[in-house]
Design a protein. Structure first.
Length: 367
């Protein structure tokens, strides 16, 4: 990740995508409290004040629309717009909020779960020129059902108007580094193209920036509260840009074995197939993406993956219990993070952070 003192989006905003075209998706990932939300919030308000350009604030759930004006404007208002005031008005309860700067409509706030409502009210967004989606990666790994479809639908609805079937409406997506297998990275194949040293990445229609803000890192490290947690995974995530939910301890790209493994099952997850195999001589259960199409035991990990000749999870309780036991014993290895996520979804083990809390030289692990 690139290091900086204070966040500035100048570089990424000047970048072209992999084809040399102007991107419509800008993804910015940095350590916590780095100032990226402040930078882009200020940018949107300035664009409205100078050019009358309206914006949309995109959230994930309906409850996030409560008092959205305060969440968005309170800090940047005190810092940069202390002579201005922001108010809000409900257009459609729990779905669409109108934002007013000095009593003039400057933008709207919507949530992904209101995609159908946004479609019906698409005419009100004809003056919107940009979308801000903060925290596009969920720290708790909780996403909306069909989130990518809803995200796409909302952008399509907003980008209509002004006599055009589709206008250029860039989306600024902000996040802390949670996991490289979040739905957006997977959809854009980013998870297959980046490594810990990647600072910038260009794709078809998008650009990605991964940056460490030194001032925020220093402030976090000097915090007495954070020092109490020592070298916990959450501290490393909030300061150094380390992905919160990604555990590479059990990632083994290849198994070197002289004997053929026993094939246990094929798993289908997010429209991809994976295999579970047992290497008895090595005492390892291995999950990879090389699967046997003819093997009869095929398991759907989620409802959306269910199809003919696949078995739903709830009919495999004994099998799941056995896999969970293997995992608890520490004998399961994964080819990559996608294989790991599939298996953990199978056994219903949540990808939560592990706090290492040192108390009188004892270590407590909270899963």
């Amino acid at each position: 990740m690139k290091k900086a003192e204070y966040y500035s989006g100048t570089k990424i905003l000047s970048m072209s995508d992999i084809n040399g075209n102007k991107p419509e998706i800008y993804m910015i990932v940095s350590n916590r409290s780095g100032g990226k939300t402040t930078f882009y919030g200020r940018m949107l308000v300035n664009r409205f004040k100078k050019k009358g350009e309206q914006f949309v604030l995109l959230y994930r759930y309906k409850y996030e629309l409560d008092d959205v004006k305060t969440k968005f404007f309170n800090d940047i208002g005190k810092l940069f717009f202390n002579k201005d005031s922001m108010t809000q008005k409900t257009i459609l309860k729990d779905s669409i909020i109108e934002l007013l700067l000095n009593k003039k409509t400057c933008g709207y706030a919507v949530c992904l779960n209101s995609a159908d409502a946004v479609k019906k009210y698409s005419h009100i967004f004809s003056e919107v020129t940009s979308i801000l989606f903060d925290e596009f990666q969920s720290e708790t790994n909780n996403y909306c059902n069909n989130e990518l479809r809803k995200f796409h639908s909302i952008h399509t609805s907003i980008a209509r108007g002004q006599g055009k079937q589709s206008r250029y409406v860039p989306v600024y997506m902000l996040s802390n580094p949670v996991t490289i297998i979040n739905p957006y990275y997977v959809a854009f194949k980013i998870h297959t193209m980046i490594d810990p040293k990647t600072k910038y990445l260009k794709g078809n229609g998008f650009v990605l920036e991964r940056i460490i803000i030194d001032s925020a890192k220093k402030a976090q490290l000097e915090s007495s509260f954070n020092r109490a947690f020592g070298d916990s995974e959450y501290n490393r995530y909030s300061t150094s840009g380390e992905e919160l939910l990604d555990n590479y301890s059990f990632i083994v790209p290849n198994i070197n074995s002289k004997t053929r493994p026993s094939y246990i099952a094929t798993l289908k997850y997010n429209d991809n197939n994976y295999s579970i195999k047992e290497y008895k001589n090595e005492g390892i259960v291995y999950v990879d993406d090389n699967f046997d199409e003819s093997f009869p035991r095929r398991i759907s990990v989620t409802n959306s993956d269910h199809e003919i000749n696949y078995i739903m999870l709830r009919t495999n309780d004994v099998f799941i219990s056995t896999m969970r036991d293997y995992y608890s014993l520490g004998v399961v290895r994964f080819k990559n993070l996608m294989c790991q996520e599939c298996f953990l979804q199978l056994v219903a083990i949540r990808l939560w952070l592990v706090y290492n809390i040192s108390v009188f030289n004892n270590v407590l692990y909270i899963l």
